[in-house]
Design a protein around this ligand. Structure first.
Ligand SMILES: *Cc1c(COP(=O)(O)O)cnc(C)c1O
Length: 421
């Protein structure tokens, strides 16, 4: 199936007499015929649902859909994008380990990496994503276990050179984890360029309607975990009578461990209802991403020709630093998010935002409705000036998330707000 068809049909199809629409299995628990079968479930030797902290048929269908969209072997839904980032790393790392991350990433992820994971004894080195392979290589240590980056960084709107990052990661025998939230698999499938694990905040375009916070981890099934660096995936897991994830689950080792061990212990699994809502969003993802990209391209070009602009970040603009990378990784569009700065800096940004009539001021992005945010005074408020620069943010930066309204209405609103700014 092509991706547009997968958005609708992957993961669930009602058989004879079954519901046409994915049903909500609103149940915490499951019935069994014998204690022997339950024993097998707990030994991980029979497939099936144990408890809705670990899996649920509605969530399972959505996981299968997202795995198909990304071209992975399996997926695990989480209660938020933050939980997806956390579990994607904890699954292969522990106290004393280290990883390398692009510095241009979501502000919440910076907090998780630089503050909270440090308290767990997991250290991170942030690198300039545009640096050469040789420069990035200097960040590696003997205990480095992963590399992390964002396809389109929020809110810098920089494009990650996924192949470069995959090369560096693989030279060091560690996986590349890519946060593909802004691109979605409709615009870019990082596995095709060598990424090993993909994560999403499904809260953004996948849901698309600002309804449900959620996340997902997708496994490409391609990384060789038996290279001596990842004993927790190879050596017997005492919490499952000595299961070895690589030996017993083959190319599903990573995603199986994330579910049956970490999700069991951390408990960040979404409800059936949450997955049902996410599925509704996924059904129209391909249409929405096309329109978001078209509208944002027009709005970005409109902004760029205004003499009030200090700069506009959008990869389809001539002269944009990421135009070449976008042509390679995002040939069908660059999604709906633009960031820009007015010449008047912070004050002009505030006047612009407060003058908008159609676009709403929200702590959100990637919504069907056009919305706007001033990162320096909200989502990225906690970052130091140095971290702000690293994340590609200036005090006057405005993040405009272009919706799927008629683009003329959006342009009219932006034009009148520019007048007032
Ligand atoms: C929002 C976001 C996250 C965090 O996701 P939540 O669902 O809000 O927890 C992670 N990465 C990116 C790129 C995001 O935009």
């Amino acid at each position: 199936m092509k991706i547009e068809t997968q958005c609708l049909h992957a993961g669930y199809r009602g058989k004879n007499g079954e519901t046409h629409v994915l049903p909500i299995y609103q149940s915490t628990t499951y019935n069994y015929d014998s204690t022997e079968h339950v024993g097998k479930l707990f030994d991980l030797t029979a497939p099936g649902h144990m408890y809705s902290r670990i899996s649920n048929p509605t969530v399972d269908a959505v996981e299968q859909k997202i795995a198909a969209l990304e071209g992975g072997v399996g997926a695990l839904c989480t209660t938020s994008g933050q939980a997806a980032s956390l579990i994607s790393l904890l699954n292969i790392m522990g106290c004393g380990d280290h990883f390398v991350s692009a510095s241009t990433i979501y502000g919440g992820t910076v907090n998780l990496f630089a503050v909270t994971l440090k308290k767990f004894g997991i250290d991170v080195t942030f690198v300039d994503a545009d640096a050469t392979e040789e420069e990035i290589q200097k960040a590696f240590r003997p205990n480095t276990k992963a590399v992390f980056g964002e396809t389109i960084a929020n809110p810098a709107i920089s494009v990650l050179d996924i192949e470069k990052f995959a090369n560096i990661a693989h030279k060091n025998e560690v996986p590349l984890i890519v946060d593909n939230t802004f691109a979605t698999p409709v615009l870019c499938r990082p596995f095709e360029y060598g990424a090993d694990i993909v994560i999403h905040s499904t809260t953004k375009y996948m849901d698309g309607h600002a309804i449900q916070v959620g996340g997902v981890i997708v496994d490409s099934g391609k990384f060789n975990w038996e290279n001596g660096k990842f004993p927790s995936l190879v050596e017997p897991d005492e919490s499952y009578h000595g299961v070895s994830y690589t030996k017993d689950f083959g190319n599903l080792a990573y995603i199986t461990k994330a579910r049956v061990q970490l999700m069991r212990d951390l408990g960040a699994y979404p409800s059936a209802n949450a997955a049902f809502l996410l599925n509704l969003g996924l059904e129209t993802l391909h249409l929405r991403m096309e329109r978001h990209s078209q509208n944002a391209d027009k709005v970005a070009h409109f902004l760029a020709q205004s003499d009030k602009m200090e700069f506009v970040n959008y990869p389809t603009l001539d002269g944009d630093r990421y135009q070449k990378l976008a042509q390679k990784y995002l040939p069908h569009g660059c999604s709906g998010v633009i960031s820009f700065s007015l010449k008047g800096g912070r004050e002009a940004a505030i006047r612009f935002i407060d003058s908008l009539k159609l676009a709403t001021l929200v702590v959100h992005v990637a919504d069907v409705r056009t919305c706007v945010l001033h990162p320096a005074s909200s989502t990225h408020r906690q970052l130091t000036d140095e971290q702000l620069v690293g994340a590609g943010i200036t005090p006057g930066l405005i993040r405009l998330s272009v919706g799927i309204e008629n683009v003329d209405d959006i342009l009219e609103d932006v034009a009148q707000a520019l007048e007032n700014a």
